[in-house]
Design a protein around this ligand. Structure first.
Ligand SMILES: Nc1ncnc2c1ncn2[C@@H]1O[C@H](COP(=O)(O)OP(=O)(O)O)[C@@H](O)[C@H]1O
Ligand SMILES: [Mg+2]
Length: 259
């Protein structure tokens, strides 16, 4: 086995939420000084270990609130683990998620430049990629309208087009593939497939079991912040679905998204 490109060792993440609602900053400061703020602790990940080899495509499945997004955020270094260790050796692409860093008041065009800058591209580099990004997102007719007039599917398309158009050795994809119409989803999958062929390591969070089957070398099932299973996608998917207690004729899990 080669050296893993991503390695998590006993990672736990605890979110602290103030127990009472605090109305003003002044009240917050007074309580903080008096040590009178009590927190509710929520362990979103518990003692999770995982390693990903270069070029591997790993699917992450589990119910809502399982800790899937938290896992990707820890790998992307958006979040620091409360306990445990994260080691990432490859060049990591930006985290692809639905709430990408867009400004609703700016136009699609301006947001492409804004995001390009956030991703470390120069204006010239964005100029060079611009037409291709807009074409991929299929937003030619809307590119000068403010983003707040876009549907969530349009925003996601733009996010996917901008963000995947960068050089990276690791791609983190959080449920982005679930939005948009089928033809766009196919385009996204084709692009991910191309990355896969170039040897990029990919983590995909999806509720679409078919996507996990088609795209992934391995699946990881998490629930309640803990790893419940890991291995060949089909076997892990079967264990996960068996635990969901769905009626036998339930049509969703095999084909469409499981919300
Ligand atoms: N910023 C946050 N502050 C407090 N709790 C959070 C935050 N983000 C997520 N959580 C909680 O952590 C748990 C795991 O969330 P998440 O990683 O988003 O799960 P998933 O992506 O699997 O739906 C959930 O109970 C969620 O409510
Ligand atoms: Mg999530």
């Amino acid at each position: 086995m080669t050296q893993p490109i991503i390695e998590l060792d006993g990672v736990s993440v605890c979110y602290r939420l103030p127990k009472e609602q605090i109305i003003s900053f002044k009240e917050y400061a007074i309580r903080w000084l008096g040590r009178r703020i009590t927190y509710h602790e929520l362990w979103a990940l518990r003692d999770l270990s995982l390693s990903v080899q270069p070029g591997e495509v790993v699917g992450v499945i589990g119910p809502n609130g399982a800790g899937k997004s938290t896992l990707l955020k820890v790998i992307a270094r958006v979040l620091k683990p409360t306990l445990g260790r994260v080691r990432v050796v490859g060049r990591i692409g930006p985290l692809l998620e639905l709430s990408a860093g867009f400004d609703p008041e700016l136009t699609g065009r301006e947001n492409i430049y804004l995001n390009g800058a956030i991703l470390g591209l120069s204006k010239r580099e964005v100029d060079r990629r611009f037409d291709e990004i807009v074409a991929f997102a299929e937003l030619e007719n809307f590119i000068d309208a403010p983003l707040r007039t876009y549907s969530s599917g349009m925003v996601a398309r733009l996010g996917f087009a901008v963000v995947t158009d960068v050089d990276a050795e690791i791609l983190l994809v959080d449920e982005v593939l679930a939005v948009g119409d089928e033809s766009f989803q196919r385009k996204c999958l084709a692009r991910i497939q191309a990355y896969r062929e170039q040897g990029v390591s990919i983590l995909i969070v999806s509720h679409n079991m078919q996507t996990i089957r088609d795209m992934c070398d391995r699946a990881v099932w998490i629930s309640g912040g803990q790893k419940q299973g890991e291995g060949a996608p089909e076997a892990v998917i079967q264990d996960y679905l068996a635990g969901l207690d769905l009626p036998p004729d339930h049509p969703l899990p095999q084909t469409a998204s499981l919300l």
